[in-house]
Design a protein around this ligand. Structure first.
Ligand SMILES: Cc1cc2nc3c(=O)[nH]c(=O)nc-3n(C[C@H](O)[C@H](O)[C@H](O)COP(=O)(O)OP(=O)(O)OC[C@H]3O[C@@H](n4cnc5c(N)ncnc54)[C@H](O)[C@@H]3O)c2cc1C
Ligand SMILES: *[C@@H]1O[C@H](CO)[C@@H](O)[C@H](O)[C@H]1NC(C)=O
Ligand SMILES: *[C@@H]1O[C@H](CO)[C@@H](O)[C@H](O)[C@H]1NC(C)=O
Ligand SMILES: *[C@@H]1O[C@H](CO)[C@@H](O)[C@H](O)[C@H]1NC(C)=O
Length: 515
């Protein structure tokens, strides 16, 4: 029987300073304070408290901030204008994110920006024309006309998405959760057929019409994963169509991970790079920072893609994650008082460009493993505010562009229909056409090519890996789920080991006994 509830025990566990650690205390190192590492810390702290296992969690993060690929940048350095630079949207079916938002009393950001700016919401541009434009004021008749042109494809795509997402959601609870192997669980929940084919093949084999696939679904895979349908697997394609309840946290999604770390009572070391993990004879790990600080842990959770972690694991673990191609994505945020130029989108001068412009390929263009003729993946208005640096205050739009190469003055001049100087395109100019600009290169997510096997979660005894999930689905939610899964696997091992030492029983019995 459990007497103490999670929350009441947490402060107690954490109140013990490391000098008076309980004799059988567990020491856990987490490398990476992104979605995966923060969730692992949060959930492990909860599990440990439930099982009364004294646990000391230390999180190492080489950046100066929490959140990893989920982070914000302040336009003109104004903290009231925090713009998402990486992971920006989560949806209703992202249960960990949604629950965390509620539990931590965080609020969704306002969403009616397009309406406030009196612009159409969304357009799909194929480099020659807008195929679709939607407005908040659309009547059901407008919407019906839009869908009419695709026959039953939207309906069937929605059903297909629901069935696929339904299978994915079984991974959250017993008996499927926790999973020791991603390859096995993907097969078990029936998603192998979906990850093993391209989005193009998957839609076709399910009878979804070509024009809906290429015009609408592909616009979504391009904005979300910088990928055309022929180069992304079926599951990631369906994830792009699960948009119900899309939202972001006011002030930044990273706050969810900040709260998770705080509630876990972990020790957090920012600006701290782990350079080496070495397994000792007794099965513990020595973890060394790049400045030569060494400490010892029972478990190490690697919560970042190993190929970019720049660390040595010594000796080599049983399983070493493969190096895989990641998308090199240019994300550009900039502010300008000017709207997008209708001429750049072959519209007449009076027709406003939608607040969000997604792209797809024109009908005759063979899909490439790249951006194709539209030359960018998306451009959208992410915010609006008063430029505090200009000589007279100006109300400006804050734009976000996803592109495969660095955004330059030629491109910006074309988009705004105004001269943008080379200097402005690099650094902005408070009184210029572009008053503020921020360039970022991300290795944003894997190229989501079809695959049927996935990286191991347990790389070795006591060494865990959360990032293999990114080849399956790469989102804030799935990284958080992967962190939670690892936390639960660790907890289960501890319980089994306890059972074995206490009574020589096998793990399964011990678990029953414990509960
Ligand atoms: C432009 C962009 C748009 C996106 N849009 C969305 C979206 O709309 N919705 C969504 O759900 N997802 C989106 N994503 C994906 C989402 O952001 C990621 O899947 C998620 O944030 C990954 O979390 P993670 O914890 O697995 O990895 P990361 O966030 O990368 O965290 C790993 C951390 O480990 C640290 N680290 C690495 N090596 C070391 C070391 N040696 N020592 C110490 N620390 C180390 C890194 O600094 C990093 O902070 C987007 C991503 C990008 C880049
Ligand atoms: C991390 O480094 C940055 C800049 O290098 C610095 O501004 C910040 O204060 C540091 N943070 C911590 C917690 O040491
Ligand atoms: C949110 O709170 C509920 C109820 O206490 C709990 O079951 C759940 O694990 C919490 N989730 C997160 C992500 O905080
Ligand atoms: C500017 O970017 C475009 C792609 O958007 C590219 O075609 C062009 O060569 C670049 N121009 C310069 C001067 O780098």
């Amino acid at each position: 029987m459990r007497v103490l509830r999670t929350t009441s025990l947490l402060p107690l566990v954490a109140a013990l300073s490391s000098s008076d650690e309980a004799p059988h205390a567990k020491r856990v190192a987490i490398i990476g304070a992104g979605a995966g590492g923060s969730s692992a810390a949060y959930h492990l702290a909860q599990y440990a408290a439930e099982e009364s296992t004294p646990t000391y969690i230390t999180v190492f993060e080489r950046n100066s901030y929490i959140g990893g690929r989920t982070t914000t940048v302040n336009a003109w350095d104004d903290p009231d204008l925090a713009i998402e630079l990486g992971g920006s949207i989560f949806v209703d079916v992202n249960h960990i994110m949604v629950d965390a938002m509620r539990n931590f009393s965080l609020f969704p950001a306002e969403q009616n920006l397009a309406a406030q700016l009196e612009l159409p919401d969304l357009g799909i541009w194929n480099g020659q024309q807008f195929i679709i434009v939607t407005k908040a004021s659309d009547t059901w008749w407008d919407k019906a006309k839009l869908l009419w042109r695709y026959g039953t494809a939207p309906l069937w795509t929605n059903r297909l998405m629901k069935s696929v997402v339904g299978k994915f959601l079984t991974m959250y609870d017993g008996p499927v959760f926790p999973w020791k192997s991603l390859s096995d669980v993907v097969e078990r929940v029936g998603l192998l057929e979906v990850t093993g084919v391209t989005g193009e093949q998957y839609l076709k084999s399910n009878g979804i019409g070509d024009s809906f696939a290429k015009e609408v679904v592909q616009a979504s895979t391009r904005v979300n994963y910088a990928s055309n349908l022929r180069y992304i697997h079926g599951l990631e394609t369906m994830v792009c169509m699960a948009t119900s309840g899309a939202r972001q946290i006011k002030g930044g999604n990273w706050q969810i991970f900040d709260r998770m770390l705080r509630f876990s009572r972990s020790t957090l070391h920012l600006n701290t790079t782990i350079a080496r993990i070495s397994k000792q004879r007794d099965g513990t790990y020595e973890v060394s920072t790049s400045t030569g600080q060494v400490s010892t842990y029972n478990e190490v959770i690697l919560a970042t893609p190993l190929q970019y972690a720049d660390l040595i694991i010594d000796p080599a673990p049983k399983y070493i994650p493969d190096e895989i191609p990641y998308m090199k994505l240019y994300t550009t945020l900039f502010a300008s008082p000017h709207a997008l130029d209708p001429k750049a989108f072959n519209l007449d001068a009076e027709t406003p460009v939608p607040a969000t412009v997604l792209t797809t390929l024109p009908p005759a263009e063979e899909p490439v493993d790249g951006v194709g003729s539209p030359s960018f993946y998306s451009i959208s208005i992410s915010g609006a505010g008063v430029n505090p640096l200009s000589s007279t205050p100006r109300r400006e739009f804050i734009y976000k562009i996803f592109s495969p190469s660095r955004v330059n003055s030629t491109f910006l001049s074309h988009m705004l229909g105004q001269e943008v100087s080379g200097k402005e395109a690099e650094h902005g100019d408070a009184d210029g056409t572009v008053s503020w600009i921020y360039h970022k290169i991300w290795y944003s997510y894997p190229r989501e090519y079809p695959r049927v096997t996935f990286e191991e979660i347990k790389l070795d005894e006591g060494l865990w890996y959360t990032s293999g999930i990114e080849s399956f689905i790469s989102t804030m939610e799935t990284s958080a789920l992967s962190g939670k899964n690892v936390a639960r696997l660790i907890r289960d091992e501890w319980i089994n080991a306890k059972g074995e030492t206490a009574s020589g029983r096998v793990g399964k019995d011990a678990e029953v006994l414990e509960l």
